[in-house]
Design a protein around this ligand. Structure first.
Ligand code: HEC
Length: 91
């Protein structure tokens, strides 16, 4: 029993220290997809995008336009990163 729970505990503490130290996974996606090539001059604005579901849709829209080929869960991560950084919608 102990052998099974120990890696889980280690994994959890590793994950929680990661979330403090490492950048948001969505931030890396944001950089990799080069979103700032357009959005540096078109700042993300909560006046245009007014809810979290809306934000996910726009991220999907730009992903499709760019053919960035992100998966659904990556879109969510990227939207979550943008939300934490710019929009601050409650979820
Ligand atoms: C080729 C240029 C271009 C690139 C690259 C681009 N976008 Fe956009 N994006 C737009 C345009 C045009 C709009 C329409 C709204 C506007 O005028 O700001 C938009 C709108 C958005 C919005 C809503 C804007 C707001 O103010 O709320 C989000 C969020 C967004 N894009 C996310 C992304 C993400 C994430 C990426 C990278 C995967 C990305 N975009 C890459 C052109 C681009």
């Amino acid at each position: 029993m102990k052998n099974k729970t120990l890696p889980l505990v280690l994994g959890l503490s590793f994950a929680s220290s990661l979330s403090i130290a490492a950048p948001h996974p969505g931030q890396e996606l944001h950089e990799a997809a080069n979103c700032m090539s357009c959005h540096a001059t078109k700042p993300y604005s909560p006046e245009k995008t007014t809810s979290f579901p809306n934000l996910v849709k726009t991220v999907q829209f730009c992903n499709d336009n760019l053919n960035a080929g992100m998966f659904e869960d990556e879109i969510e991560q990227l939207a979550d990163y943008l939300n934490q950084t710019y929009y601050h919608f409650p979820k």
